[in-house]
Design a protein around this ligand. Structure first.
Ligand code: N2P
Length: 409
Protein backbone atom coordinates (compact mmCIF):
# COMPACT_ATOMS: atom_id res chain seq x y z
CA UNK A 1 0.00 0.00 0.00
CA UNK A 2 1.35 3.44 -0.83
CA UNK A 3 2.11 5.78 2.06
CA UNK A 4 -0.40 8.26 0.71
CA UNK A 5 -3.19 5.68 0.67
CA UNK A 6 -2.23 4.51 4.13
CA UNK A 7 -2.43 8.03 5.55
CA UNK A 8 -5.75 8.66 3.81
CA UNK A 9 -7.13 5.52 5.40
CA UNK A 10 -5.77 6.52 8.80
CA UNK A 11 -7.46 9.88 8.52
CA UNK A 12 -10.79 8.28 7.58
CA UNK A 13 -10.54 5.87 10.52
CA UNK A 14 -9.65 8.72 12.84
CA UNK A 15 -12.58 10.81 11.64
CA UNK A 16 -14.94 7.86 12.11
CA UNK A 17 -13.63 7.35 15.63
CA UNK A 18 -14.05 11.03 16.33
CA UNK A 19 -17.64 10.88 15.14
CA UNK A 20 -18.30 8.05 17.59
CA UNK A 21 -17.62 10.35 20.53
CA UNK A 22 -15.29 10.46 23.53
CA UNK A 23 -12.64 7.94 24.40
CA UNK A 24 -11.74 6.56 27.79
CA UNK A 25 -9.85 9.70 28.71
CA UNK A 26 -13.12 11.61 28.33
CA UNK A 27 -13.24 15.30 27.48
CA UNK A 28 -11.15 16.16 24.50
CA UNK A 29 -10.55 12.57 23.45
CA UNK A 30 -12.55 12.51 20.27
CA UNK A 31 -11.32 15.75 18.84
CA UNK A 32 -7.72 14.99 19.80
CA UNK A 33 -7.86 11.70 17.96
CA UNK A 34 -8.88 13.74 14.96
CA UNK A 35 -6.10 16.24 15.41
CA UNK A 36 -3.63 13.44 16.12
CA UNK A 37 -4.35 12.01 12.71
CA UNK A 38 -3.60 15.42 11.30
CA UNK A 39 -0.48 15.67 13.38
CA UNK A 40 0.71 12.29 12.25
CA UNK A 41 -0.31 12.73 8.64
CA UNK A 42 2.49 14.60 6.92
CA UNK A 43 4.97 12.71 4.86
CA UNK A 44 7.39 13.76 2.23
CA UNK A 45 4.38 13.62 -0.10
CA UNK A 46 2.49 16.10 1.98
CA UNK A 47 2.35 19.81 1.33
CA UNK A 48 2.92 20.42 5.01
CA UNK A 49 6.56 21.01 5.83
CA UNK A 50 8.07 18.35 8.06
CA UNK A 51 8.89 20.85 10.79
CA UNK A 52 5.24 21.80 11.00
CA UNK A 53 4.62 18.43 12.58
CA UNK A 54 7.16 18.92 15.35
CA UNK A 55 6.03 19.32 18.90
CA UNK A 56 7.03 22.95 19.21
CA UNK A 57 4.80 25.05 21.41
CA UNK A 58 4.41 27.67 18.73
CA UNK A 59 2.97 25.05 16.44
CA UNK A 60 0.70 23.65 19.12
CA UNK A 61 -0.66 27.11 19.88
CA UNK A 62 -1.32 27.90 16.26
CA UNK A 63 -3.02 24.57 15.70
CA UNK A 64 -5.12 24.96 18.81
CA UNK A 65 -6.39 28.28 17.54
CA UNK A 66 -7.12 26.88 14.12
CA UNK A 67 -8.68 23.76 15.60
CA UNK A 68 -10.83 24.84 18.56
CA UNK A 69 -12.22 21.35 19.09
CA UNK A 70 -9.11 19.99 20.83
CA UNK A 71 -5.38 20.14 21.23
CA UNK A 72 -2.93 18.93 18.69
CA UNK A 73 -0.86 16.25 20.35
CA UNK A 74 2.91 16.20 20.20
CA UNK A 75 4.72 13.16 18.86
CA UNK A 76 6.39 12.49 22.19
CA UNK A 77 5.83 13.22 25.86
CA UNK A 78 8.47 12.86 28.54
CA UNK A 79 7.10 11.54 31.83
CA UNK A 80 9.28 11.44 34.97
CA UNK A 81 7.69 9.53 37.86
CA UNK A 82 8.55 7.82 41.14
CA UNK A 83 9.90 4.30 40.69
CA UNK A 84 7.24 1.60 40.39
CA UNK A 85 4.37 4.06 40.56
CA UNK A 86 2.16 3.25 37.55
CA UNK A 87 0.93 0.23 35.69
CA UNK A 88 3.08 0.69 32.58
CA UNK A 89 0.36 -0.95 30.45
CA UNK A 90 -1.44 2.38 30.82
CA UNK A 91 1.46 4.09 29.07
CA UNK A 92 1.34 1.64 26.19
CA UNK A 93 -2.41 2.07 25.98
CA UNK A 94 -1.98 5.85 25.75
CA UNK A 95 0.64 5.47 23.05
CA UNK A 96 -1.61 3.12 21.07
CA UNK A 97 -4.72 5.25 21.41
CA UNK A 98 -3.21 8.66 20.77
CA UNK A 99 -0.03 7.97 18.82
CA UNK A 100 2.09 9.88 21.34
CA UNK A 101 5.31 8.13 22.29
CA UNK A 102 5.90 8.24 26.06
CA UNK A 103 9.51 8.67 27.14
CA UNK A 104 9.33 7.21 30.64
CA UNK A 105 11.91 7.59 33.38
CA UNK A 106 11.81 7.20 37.18
CA UNK A 107 13.35 8.68 40.33
CA UNK A 108 13.71 7.60 43.97
CA UNK A 109 12.85 10.75 45.92
CA UNK A 110 11.57 14.32 45.69
CA UNK A 111 15.13 15.54 46.21
CA UNK A 112 16.39 13.49 43.25
CA UNK A 113 13.65 15.00 41.09
CA UNK A 114 14.49 18.51 42.27
CA UNK A 115 18.22 18.00 41.74
CA UNK A 116 17.58 16.82 38.19
CA UNK A 117 15.47 19.87 37.34
CA UNK A 118 17.84 22.28 39.09
CA UNK A 119 20.75 20.82 37.18
CA UNK A 120 18.99 22.22 34.14
CA UNK A 121 17.27 19.14 32.73
CA UNK A 122 14.71 20.58 30.34
CA UNK A 123 13.38 17.50 28.57
CA UNK A 124 10.81 16.49 31.17
CA UNK A 125 7.15 17.42 30.63
CA UNK A 126 5.14 15.68 33.35
CA UNK A 127 6.44 15.11 36.91
CA UNK A 128 4.97 13.80 40.20
CA UNK A 129 6.28 15.77 43.23
CA UNK A 130 4.85 15.37 46.73
CA UNK A 131 3.04 18.12 48.64
CA UNK A 132 6.01 19.95 50.27
CA UNK A 133 8.05 19.65 47.08
CA UNK A 134 5.24 21.26 45.07
CA UNK A 135 5.58 24.38 47.28
CA UNK A 136 9.34 24.39 46.83
CA UNK A 137 9.06 23.97 43.08
CA UNK A 138 6.44 26.70 42.73
CA UNK A 139 8.75 29.12 44.53
CA UNK A 140 11.66 28.12 42.34
CA UNK A 141 9.57 28.68 39.21
CA UNK A 142 9.94 25.08 38.08
CA UNK A 143 6.24 24.37 37.47
CA UNK A 144 3.96 25.60 34.69
CA UNK A 145 0.59 27.01 35.65
CA UNK A 146 -2.20 24.73 34.54
CA UNK A 147 -5.85 25.31 33.80
CA UNK A 148 -7.95 22.60 35.41
CA UNK A 149 -10.81 23.58 33.08
CA UNK A 150 -8.74 21.97 30.35
CA UNK A 151 -8.71 18.73 32.38
CA UNK A 152 -12.36 17.56 32.43
CA UNK A 153 -11.50 14.50 34.54
CA UNK A 154 -10.33 16.79 37.33
CA UNK A 155 -14.02 16.57 38.32
CA UNK A 156 -13.31 12.95 39.34
CA UNK A 157 -11.05 14.07 42.20
CA UNK A 158 -12.60 14.07 45.68
CA UNK A 159 -13.09 17.57 47.09
CA UNK A 160 -10.93 16.86 50.15
CA UNK A 161 -7.87 16.52 47.90
CA UNK A 162 -8.54 19.63 45.82
CA UNK A 163 -6.95 23.01 46.48
CA UNK A 164 -4.45 21.73 49.06
CA UNK A 165 -2.50 24.36 51.04
CA UNK A 166 0.66 23.66 49.03
CA UNK A 167 -1.12 24.58 45.77
CA UNK A 168 -4.28 26.64 46.39
CA UNK A 169 -6.76 26.42 43.55
CA UNK A 170 -4.73 23.64 41.89
CA UNK A 171 -2.99 26.31 39.86
CA UNK A 172 -0.02 24.02 39.19
CA UNK A 173 -0.84 20.39 39.90
CA UNK A 174 -3.59 17.81 40.31
CA UNK A 175 -3.64 14.93 42.83
CA UNK A 176 -2.23 11.54 41.80
CA UNK A 177 -1.94 9.10 44.73
CA UNK A 178 -1.72 9.37 48.50
CA UNK A 179 -0.42 7.26 51.34
CA UNK A 180 1.41 7.11 54.64
CA UNK A 181 4.94 6.30 55.83
CA UNK A 182 5.31 3.70 58.57
CA UNK A 183 6.98 0.40 59.41
CA UNK A 184 6.60 -2.85 57.47
CA UNK A 185 7.56 -5.95 59.44
CA UNK A 186 7.72 -9.66 58.76
CA UNK A 187 4.73 -11.58 60.06
CA UNK A 188 5.77 -14.76 61.86
CA UNK A 189 9.06 -13.27 63.09
CA UNK A 190 9.37 -14.57 66.67
CA UNK A 191 10.49 -11.23 68.11
CA UNK A 192 7.78 -9.20 66.36
CA UNK A 193 5.12 -11.76 67.32
CA UNK A 194 5.86 -10.86 70.95
CA UNK A 195 6.63 -7.19 70.32
CA UNK A 196 4.71 -5.76 67.34
CA UNK A 197 6.63 -2.66 66.15
CA UNK A 198 4.38 0.19 67.24
CA UNK A 199 7.06 2.86 67.62
CA UNK A 200 9.93 4.44 65.69
CA UNK A 201 12.14 3.02 68.45
CA UNK A 202 12.17 -0.19 66.38
CA UNK A 203 14.11 1.72 63.73
CA UNK A 204 16.34 3.79 65.99
CA UNK A 205 17.08 2.11 69.36
CA UNK A 206 20.21 -0.06 69.32
CA UNK A 207 18.90 -2.20 72.23
CA UNK A 208 15.93 -3.19 70.11
CA UNK A 209 17.75 -3.25 66.77
CA UNK A 210 20.34 -5.79 67.90
CA UNK A 211 17.59 -8.33 68.53
CA UNK A 212 16.55 -8.60 64.87
CA UNK A 213 19.12 -6.76 62.73
CA UNK A 214 20.59 -10.11 61.64
CA UNK A 215 17.39 -10.58 59.62
CA UNK A 216 18.01 -7.30 57.79
CA UNK A 217 16.56 -3.80 58.11
CA UNK A 218 15.85 -1.37 55.29
CA UNK A 219 15.19 2.37 55.50
CA UNK A 220 13.80 4.69 52.85
CA UNK A 221 16.53 6.51 50.96
CA UNK A 222 14.68 9.77 51.55
CA UNK A 223 16.04 12.63 53.65
CA UNK A 224 12.82 14.35 54.70
CA UNK A 225 11.10 11.05 55.50
CA UNK A 226 13.93 9.57 57.57
CA UNK A 227 14.74 12.78 59.44
CA UNK A 228 11.03 13.37 60.12
CA UNK A 229 10.75 9.90 61.69
CA UNK A 230 13.81 10.61 63.88
CA UNK A 231 12.47 14.07 64.79
CA UNK A 232 9.01 12.89 65.90
CA UNK A 233 10.57 9.98 67.78
CA UNK A 234 12.73 12.56 69.62
CA UNK A 235 9.59 14.50 70.55
CA UNK A 236 9.94 17.27 67.94
CA UNK A 237 7.91 18.37 64.94
CA UNK A 238 8.54 16.32 61.81
CA UNK A 239 8.96 19.68 60.02
CA UNK A 240 11.35 21.19 62.54
CA UNK A 241 13.61 23.99 61.34
CA UNK A 242 15.58 24.07 64.60
CA UNK A 243 19.29 23.47 64.24
CA UNK A 244 19.74 21.52 67.51
CA UNK A 245 16.70 19.35 66.92
CA UNK A 246 17.78 18.42 63.41
CA UNK A 247 21.30 17.67 64.70
CA UNK A 248 19.84 15.44 67.41
CA UNK A 249 17.76 13.56 64.84
CA UNK A 250 20.86 13.19 62.67
CA UNK A 251 22.84 11.72 65.59
CA UNK A 252 20.06 9.26 66.38
CA UNK A 253 20.19 8.05 62.78
CA UNK A 254 23.98 7.84 62.74
CA UNK A 255 23.90 5.60 65.84
CA UNK A 256 21.26 3.32 64.36
CA UNK A 257 22.80 3.10 60.90
CA UNK A 258 25.26 0.27 61.68
CA UNK A 259 22.24 -1.97 62.32
CA UNK A 260 20.66 -1.19 58.94
CA UNK A 261 21.34 -3.25 55.87
CA UNK A 262 20.05 -1.01 53.06
CA UNK A 263 18.80 2.46 52.11
CA UNK A 264 16.28 1.64 49.40
CA UNK A 265 13.09 3.46 48.43
CA UNK A 266 12.83 2.33 44.81
CA UNK A 267 12.25 -1.41 44.68
CA UNK A 268 12.57 -2.56 48.30
CA UNK A 269 9.12 -4.20 48.32
CA UNK A 270 10.01 -6.51 45.44
CA UNK A 271 13.72 -7.02 46.11
CA UNK A 272 13.92 -6.97 49.93
CA UNK A 273 10.53 -7.57 51.56
CA UNK A 274 8.91 -10.21 49.39
CA UNK A 275 12.10 -12.36 49.07
CA UNK A 276 12.72 -12.08 52.87
CA UNK A 277 15.99 -10.20 52.54
CA UNK A 278 14.90 -8.05 55.50
CA UNK A 279 12.53 -8.44 58.46
CA UNK A 280 11.79 -4.76 59.03
CA UNK A 281 11.54 -1.74 56.74
CA UNK A 282 10.76 1.94 56.95
CA UNK A 283 8.07 1.83 54.28
CA UNK A 284 5.43 3.60 52.26
CA UNK A 285 1.96 2.17 52.71
CA UNK A 286 1.48 0.92 49.15
CA UNK A 287 4.80 -0.87 49.07
CA UNK A 288 4.00 -2.61 52.36
CA UNK A 289 0.56 -3.54 50.99
CA UNK A 290 2.17 -4.86 47.80
CA UNK A 291 4.41 -7.10 49.96
CA UNK A 292 1.35 -8.28 51.91
CA UNK A 293 -0.86 -9.05 48.91
CA UNK A 294 1.96 -10.53 46.83
CA UNK A 295 2.60 -13.10 49.58
CA UNK A 296 -1.06 -13.63 50.45
CA UNK A 297 -1.94 -17.26 51.00
CA UNK A 298 -5.58 -18.24 50.40
CA UNK A 299 -5.33 -21.12 52.87
CA UNK A 300 -4.11 -19.10 55.83
CA UNK A 301 -5.90 -16.00 54.54
CA UNK A 302 -2.87 -13.93 55.44
CA UNK A 303 0.21 -12.37 53.86
CA UNK A 304 3.82 -12.22 55.09
CA UNK A 305 4.13 -8.48 55.71
CA UNK A 306 2.30 -6.28 58.19
CA UNK A 307 2.28 -2.49 58.32
CA UNK A 308 2.18 -0.27 61.37
CA UNK A 309 1.84 3.46 61.98
CA UNK A 310 4.13 4.33 64.94
CA UNK A 311 2.43 5.85 67.97
CA UNK A 312 4.67 8.96 67.91
CA UNK A 313 3.11 9.98 64.58
CA UNK A 314 3.75 9.38 60.90
CA UNK A 315 3.71 11.20 57.59
CA UNK A 316 0.66 11.37 55.34
CA UNK A 317 1.55 12.51 51.84
CA UNK A 318 -0.14 13.41 48.58
CA UNK A 319 1.76 13.06 45.31
CA UNK A 320 0.72 15.26 42.42
CA UNK A 321 0.89 15.46 38.65
CA UNK A 322 2.43 18.68 37.39
CA UNK A 323 3.82 20.13 34.17
CA UNK A 324 7.37 21.50 34.20
CA UNK A 325 7.85 25.19 33.44
CA UNK A 326 10.23 24.18 30.67
CA UNK A 327 7.77 21.86 28.92
CA UNK A 328 7.22 22.62 25.26
CA UNK A 329 4.39 20.11 25.07
CA UNK A 330 1.89 21.73 27.40
CA UNK A 331 -1.30 20.69 25.56
CA UNK A 332 -0.18 17.10 25.29
CA UNK A 333 0.85 17.11 28.95
CA UNK A 334 -2.66 18.23 29.97
CA UNK A 335 -4.21 15.65 27.67
CA UNK A 336 -2.09 12.92 29.31
CA UNK A 337 -2.99 14.19 32.80
CA UNK A 338 -6.66 14.03 31.85
CA UNK A 339 -6.09 10.42 30.75
CA UNK A 340 -4.52 9.54 34.13
CA UNK A 341 -7.50 11.10 35.94
CA UNK A 342 -10.01 8.97 34.05
CA UNK A 343 -11.96 6.81 36.54
CA UNK A 344 -10.91 3.43 35.14
CA UNK A 345 -7.32 4.50 34.57
CA UNK A 346 -7.14 5.93 38.09
CA UNK A 347 -8.34 2.58 39.42
CA UNK A 348 -5.80 0.70 37.28
CA UNK A 349 -3.06 2.79 38.89
CA UNK A 350 -4.21 1.96 42.44
CA UNK A 351 -4.85 -1.71 41.60
CA UNK A 352 -1.20 -1.84 40.52
CA UNK A 353 0.53 0.38 43.13
CA UNK A 354 -1.65 -0.41 46.18
CA UNK A 355 -1.65 3.29 47.07
CA UNK A 356 -4.86 5.10 47.89
CA UNK A 357 -6.50 7.09 45.12
CA UNK A 358 -7.82 10.63 45.47
CA UNK A 359 -9.99 9.82 42.44
CA UNK A 360 -13.52 9.42 43.79
CA UNK A 361 -14.92 8.16 40.49
CA UNK A 362 -12.21 5.45 40.37
CA UNK A 363 -13.51 3.81 43.54
CA UNK A 364 -16.06 1.65 41.75
CA UNK A 365 -13.24 0.04 39.75
CA UNK A 366 -10.73 -0.40 42.60
CA UNK A 367 -10.37 -3.95 43.97
CA UNK A 368 -12.49 -4.55 47.05
CA UNK A 369 -9.50 -5.90 49.04
CA UNK A 370 -7.65 -2.62 48.49
CA UNK A 371 -10.59 -0.43 49.49
CA UNK A 372 -11.02 -2.51 52.67
CA UNK A 373 -7.30 -2.61 53.55
CA UNK A 374 -6.79 -0.32 56.53
CA UNK A 375 -3.06 -0.07 55.88
CA UNK A 376 -3.96 1.65 52.59
CA UNK A 377 -7.06 3.59 53.65
CA UNK A 378 -6.37 4.27 57.36
CA UNK A 379 -9.26 4.36 59.86
CA UNK A 380 -9.91 7.59 61.84
CA UNK A 381 -7.86 6.54 64.90
CA UNK A 382 -4.81 6.10 62.65
CA UNK A 383 -5.55 9.27 60.65
CA UNK A 384 -5.36 11.14 63.95
CA UNK A 385 -1.66 10.25 64.23
CA UNK A 386 -0.73 11.52 60.77
CA UNK A 387 0.87 14.82 59.80
CA UNK A 388 2.03 16.38 56.51
CA UNK A 389 5.56 17.27 55.57
CA UNK A 390 5.69 20.97 54.73
CA UNK A 391 8.28 23.16 53.16
CA UNK A 392 10.98 24.16 55.68
CA UNK A 393 12.31 27.25 53.85
CA UNK A 394 15.98 28.04 54.37
CA UNK A 395 16.29 25.27 56.97
CA UNK A 396 16.46 22.88 54.04
CA UNK A 397 20.24 23.36 54.08
CA UNK A 398 20.26 21.88 57.62
CA UNK A 399 18.48 18.80 56.27
CA UNK A 400 20.90 18.63 53.34
CA UNK A 401 23.89 18.86 55.68
CA UNK A 402 22.50 16.24 58.05
CA UNK A 403 21.82 13.93 55.10
CA UNK A 404 25.35 14.31 53.79
CA UNK A 405 26.69 13.29 57.20
CA UNK A 406 24.26 10.35 57.44
CA UNK A 407 25.04 9.00 53.98
CA UNK A 408 28.76 9.65 54.36
CA UNK A 409 29.25 7.60 57.53
C1 N2P B 1 6.22 4.28 45.12
C2 N2P B 1 6.59 5.68 45.40
C3 N2P B 1 5.78 6.24 46.49
C4 N2P B 1 5.91 7.69 46.57
N1 N2P B 1 7.27 3.48 44.69
C5 N2P B 1 5.92 8.21 47.95
N2 N2P B 1 5.65 9.56 47.99
Amino acid sequence: MSKKLLWSLLIVVALLLAACGGGPAGGPASSSEETKAEAAAPTEESNTAAEDTSSSEEMATEETQAEPTGPQLAEELSVYNWADYIDEDLLTKYEDEYGVKILYDTYASNEDLLAKLQAGATGYDVIFPSDYMVSQMIELGLLAEIDTNAIPNFANIADEFKSAPFDPGNKHCVPYQWGTTGLAYRAGNAFFDENPPDSWSYLFEPDLLKQYSDGGINVLNDQRELLAAALVYSGYEGNSTNEDEIAQARDLIVKAKPYWKTFNSEDYDDTLLIPDEVVLSHAWSGDAANAYWSTYDDTTEDGNWYYSIPKEGAVKWLDNICVTASSERYDTALHFINYLLDAENGAAITNFTYYASPNEAAKEYIAEEILNDQSIYPPPEVEAKLYWLTEVGDAIFRYDEAWTVIKGQ
